[in-house]
Structure formats: C-alpha cells, structure tokens
Design a protein around this ligand. Structure first.
Ligand code: PEP
Length: 251
C-alpha cells in the first residue's frame, strides 16, 4: 500500500495583523524545533500581506508557507491580484486554489481554478486544490457528482502527486463547527481517490486532505479514515495550541 506523508495545513484566511502572525508562526517554529521529527508536513497559509514575514520567520524550519490564492495569469493588468511566480519569488512553496470562500465570494469556476493550478505548477508551487459540496447539494444526494466534477475540471492534466494536493472541504462544514461524519468523509475521499487513480499514473500517491471544522477533539478520528492524508484547518490554526494538538495527532 502507498505510504503518503500527511500534511496539516493552516488557512489563516483574512486574519492576523503582523504582530499576531509573527507570534503565531514563531510559536509553531519553536514547537516543531523542540519536537524534532514530525509525523507530518506542516504548512501555514497567511494573508498575502504577511507572506514575506512569515517565510522569513519559518526559514530553516519544518514549517512550510503557502499563499491563499494566485491569479491564473503570470503578470499584467489585474489590480489587487498576486501571481503564482510572486509567491514563489518570496519563498512560498504552496498555494491554495479554489477555496470555497473564493468560489463563492469571487465567483470562481472550476475552469478558472484549473488555470490557477497550472499557473502554480508553472511557478514551481504545490497547488492545494479545494473541492466540496454545499449543504443543498448534499441534501439533493449530489455530493459525489459535484465533488468528482470539481476534481475533473479543477485538477489539470499536468498534475502529479508531487505538485498537487486535493482538499475535500464540505462547504457546510467550513467555519460552522459542524463536521462531516467519518462515513461521509470516507465515502467522498474514496471517490476522489478512485478518480485520481483512474486519471493519473501516480493517483494513489496524491494527498487528499479533509477540511471543515477540524479541531483537536475530532482530528484523530478524521485523520484515521482511509484516504485522509491530512487536514486543511481554518479557525483552529489560529490558536497555536490547538493547531499543534492536530499536528501531534500525526506523530
Ligand atoms: C478552511 O478555511 O479551509 C476551513 C476548513 O476552516 P475551518 O477549519 O474553520 O472550518
């Protein structure tokens, strides 16, 4: 069976001023250094304003840094946007694409997200491609078709297990305190795995993260589910003790 190293990723969203962000990442760097060997990769995705500072604070540590979004184009007249190469240029290694908050707030389609993932790959970044159904889609029994459809379109043909991570995040579980049940998570992750295996030679090696109200009290049971290779954590990643407890679940 393929061994996939788990990834625990923190999405800080639009939170943290400079002092808070630096305190958070420094505490995390100190904890990872004290621990020595970790059972997972660790990633934080701060807002764009803090990326450079956080990259510097995390240098030579086990904490990776990623952006929360990138533009699909390499440069040009896109006021307010950030190109993937700009993220790579300041030392980020990853970028989230297609987070449901961006799909909703910025009307991003899976086609645009695929273009962003390609831009990330071209810049040498690992793209964390987010997918997930709304509550209405789940109630209609459309979860698997929606999620498999998002994966089919959002994940580019050039994806490999090395340059792409999938994050399954049911929209109704993000920031709500509600979590998908173990059975629901297992069903969707198995469906995504099957799709990846059918489409990519190394489909069995892609990491598939679960996201949606992951916290210390539910991390162990979620991370124990087959084909759950880590977590994308929002709220709990802003509290170093909580995020650390989730990381330690992988030890
Ligand atoms: C997220 O932002 O991707 C997320 C899963 O948030 P939360 O953990 O707060 O639900």
């Amino acid at each position: 069976m393929t061994q996939r190293r788990p990834l625990i990723a923190g999405n800080w969203k639009m939170n943290c001023l400079r002092a808070d962000g630096l305190e958070l990442v420094s505490a995390l760097v100190a904890k990872t250094a004290e621990k020595g060997s970790l059972g997972c990769d660790v990633l934080v995705c701060p807002p764009a304003t803090l990326l450079s500072d956080v990259v510097n604070a995390a240098q030579n540590s086990a904490v990776g840094v990623g952006g929360q979004d990138c533009h699909a184009e390499t440069s040009g007249a896109h006021t307010g946007d950030v190109a993937a190469a700009m993220l790579a240029d300041i030392g980020a290694g990853y970028v989230l694409v297609g987070h449901s908050e961006r799909r909703a707030d910025h009307d991003e389609s899976s086609t645009v997200i695929r273009r962003k993932a390609i831009a990330a790959h071209d810049a040498g970044l690992i793209a964390v491609v987010c997918v997930g159904e709304t509550e209405q889609e789940r109630d209609l029994g459309a979860t698997l078709s929606v999620v498999n459809g998002q994966v089919a379109v959002s994940v580019p043909d050039g994806a490999t297990a090395k340059n792409t991570v999938i994050a399954y995040e049911p929209v109704w579980a993000i920031g709500t305190g509600r979590t998908a049940s173990v059975a629901e998570v297992a069903e969707v992750h198995a469906a995504i795995r099957a799709e990846l295996v059918e489409r990519f030679e190394d489909g069995d090696e892609f990491r598939i993260l679960y996201g949606g109200s992951v916290k210390p009290s539910n991390a162990a049971e979620l991370l124990a589910v087959a084909d759950v290779d880590g977590a994308l954590v929002g709220g709990a990643s802003l509290k170093v003790d909580d995020f650390w407890k989730i990381i330690e679940t992988c030890a």
